[in-house]
Design a protein around this ligand. Structure first.
Ligand SMILES: NC(=O)c1ccc[n+]([C@@H]2O[C@H](COP(=O)([O-])OP(=O)(O)OC[C@H]3O[C@@H](n4cnc5c(N)ncnc54)[C@H](OP(=O)(O)O)[C@@H]3O)[C@@H](O)[C@H]2O)c1
Length: 315
């Protein structure tokens, strides 16, 4: 495993971050604990979750992923200080008027709920899941700054923020001496580039904000298992992923990955992850895994360093 600093902070994170959106959805608790154990055994020290994971599953209420991670932490297979736990706030966690959003009120309630579910006294990286344009940024950033002071969170970040809003927030933090975003979590992969590359990437490089892209395999498409002949895996996500990526541009990317992977003796998925990690703005990629087999394959991407020629050939 390799480690990089998260943006301009002194925090070292593994270049592979384990995403846990599938815990309580497509990976049950026992499998999830096995995946967490294997990730840590292989040097992963970075785990990403969110309060709303996985509220979209029938019968769930949200918080399921944090509960699974909390039970794992409490089981003692890892020392708390050896893992960086990243969670998120913003989504709807109840039916009350203040059970969602980025108000001081909701953030103060949400952090305590997350800490309880995670069975921990602090969250290493607390991220705003997506913008709340109805709440002043000053209110949100002051609330986060207070949580840092209280020791409930250590670093803050944002996800799905457009560049203009992120720059506005960084500027408010700097002008008022508040904690500032140290990370950005955008949607980024070989077939979904513009949203990040056009404005957010230069901003993050300029401001020293660490980038931790999500869906680096385009939800599984960039493993090569979605086929031109229409063959798709039998998974709950397959319909959405095939509708989005099974087109000429998507399959052309798979062809390029296959060619580069053959030359390297690597797999298509490993090359897709190595390509994201080849971006100098990126601190760590957030992968998803439903099984140890998937994880064992993708974690090996951490050891692949692509040359400039390979990086160029893949786009
Ligand atoms: N901030 C946000 O708004 C946001 C949004 C989405 C995700 N995230 C975070 O990012 C994490 C990763 O997102 P993602 O799941 O979309 O990432 P991804 O790495 O693009 O896709 C992961 C999926 O690809 C398939 N896969 C992974 N390894 C494989 C292998 N070796 N062989 C074959 N198939 C493989 C699995 O799906 P199948 O088994 O179903 O094929 C797996 O669930 C999430 O868990 C979450 O923490 C954040």
């Amino acid at each position: 495993m390799k480690y990089r600093k998260l943006g301009r902070t002194g925090l070292s994170v593994s270049t592979i971050c384990l995403g846990t959106m599938q815990f309580g959805w497509t990976a049950v608790e026992q499998e999830a604990h096995a995946i967490l154990n294997r990730a840590v055994e292989n040097g992963c020290n970075f785990i990403d979750t969110a309060d709303i994971y996985s509220s979209w599953v029938e019968g769930n209420r949200g918080g399921e992923s944090e509960i699974v991670i909390g039970n794992w932490l409490a089981g003692g297979s890892v020392r708390r200080q050896d893992v960086i736990i990243a969670s998120k706030v913003r989504g709807k966690m109840g039916d009350g008027a203040n059970d969602e959003g980025l108000s001081r009120q909701h953030i103060f309630n949400a952090i305590d709920d997350s800490l309880r579910r995670l069975q921990t006294e602090y969250i290493d990286l607390y991220q705003l899941h997506w913008p709340d344009l109805e709440t002043p940024l000053e209110e949100t950033l002051t609330a986060l700054n207070d949580l840092v002071r209280m020791g409930k969170i250590r670093y803050i970040g944002c996800s799905n923020y457009p560049a203009w809003l992120m720059m506005k927030a960084l500027s408010i933090s700097d002008q008022n001496g508040l904690a500032r975003f140290d990370s950005a979590q955008p949607h980024y992969n070989l077939v979904h580039r513009e949203e990040f590359e056009r404005e957010l990437q230069p901003l993050c490089l300029d401001q020293g904000v660490g980038v931790i892209p999500y869906s680096p395999l385009a939800g599984g498409f960039l493993t090569g298992k979605y086929r031109r002949d229409g063959n798709v895996p039998n998974t709950p996500r397959a319909k959405g992923i095939s509708g989005k990526y099974m087109n000429d541009a998507g399959f052309a990317a798979i062809d390029r990955l296959k060619m580069a992977a053959e030359e390297r003796g690597a797999t298509v998925a490993q090359m897709a992850l190595a390509w994201v990690l080849g971006n100098t703005a990126v601190s760590s990629v957030i992968i998803g895994a439903n099984s140890i087999i998937q994880l064992d394959e993708t974690m090996q991407a951490a050891s692949i360093e692509l040359s400039d020629a390979e990086m160029g050939m893949l786009v």
